[in-house]
Ligand binder design. Sequence first.
Ligand SMILES: Nc1ncnc2c1ncn2[C@@H]1O[C@H](COP(=O)(O)OP(=O)(O)O)[C@@H](O)[C@H]1O
Ligand SMILES: [Mg+2]
Length: 364
Amino acid sequence: MLLEQLSINHCRIIDSAELMLSPGVNLISGDNGSGKSSILEAVAILSRGRSFRSPRIVDVIQHKQDHLLIRAKTTDDDNAFSIGIQKSRTSTRIRVNQQDINTQAALSRYLPVTIIDPNSIELVTGSPSLRRAYIDWIAFYLFPEFHKVWQNYQRVLKQRNLCLRVPSYLSALPVWTDELIKAQIRIQDYRERSLLVLKPQLERLCERLLGDHSISIKLTTGFAQAMDLSAESQKAFYLEKRDNEIKSARTLSGAHRADLQIMFNQSLAQQSASRGQLKLIAISMLLAQSRSIDTNNQGKGIIAIDDLAAELDGENKHKLLATLRSLNQQLLLTTTQSDLIPLEADDRMFHVKQGKVFLKNSSV
Ligand SMILES: Nc1ncnc2c1ncn2[C@@H]1O[C@H](COP(=O)(O)OP(=O)(O)O)[C@@H](O)[C@H]1O
Ligand SMILES: [Mg+2]
């Protein structure tokens, strides 16, 4: 998928902007506070329905406006799409090719964007939910049916938790336990299949960015490590933990407690890698995520990096830029340094000033 044209209205400092993007490198330069990150936020909102900087849309909508509107033209193989999202405090309107559609997930399919920003390190150091979302993102794009399976799991989990919380629903617990077991066997299977695709990509990227250090990644299941995950064994497990779960009023084990264990030189990365190494591990993981969905090597995923230079010192910055170039994917890079990366024929450079976006160079 390529992002050909991006229109932004009322997104933070940007009142109105239109960018015709290159399929290669798009360098977005400007001083601090000029609106560079706001451009990437607009892309994030189109791709996932929310910004990576603020969970609240009111923060992102331009002051004194009641909604924001982000539109794009994308292409995939020979097909062109026009997609758009309009968000106010209370409502969302999504359109694909002039038709209203109901779900963000349907929109997300048209724009698989991986965003790397100064908080990305949390993918390694932060809560397991971020790593579950990370692997599930791959499953979402690789396996069209995964999203339904995932939604079903959330629904079943909610019902089962209700049984554990409300005494009058307790009699339905066995039914929902059976449903949960079925659903999480499927979730686990999709996650494992995604991990199989991810692993070689991650190894390659870590080798480039982290040299001799060894990185490995392992999926934990949300159960004790040695437990066999057959339906019978899960059933016995939940029966044994029944009283505990009733006391806690929620499902204590399962796919919603799974995690990715990231090992750096045979120890947990969170505990053994330096801050600079953690950044490179997180960046490798995110680039590998984007590579993983590009099964035909057609540059399917789009990579957006906010403030790349602030992230890394000189040598690592050059290694990363060289690696990015070699990926053959569309790149959106923001920076305060307009000479961050030598531009090639198809690349574009935009300059942002007080929320206005200017095209600085283009060979076309
Ligand atoms: N909701 C908003 N409406 C208008 N301006 C905003 C809003 N939120 C933030 N800003 C302004 O946007 C600017 C930040 O833009 P940002 O994209 O973070 O800049 P950059 O990434 O170039 O440093 C700041 O000047 C800030 O005051
Ligand atoms: Mg910024």
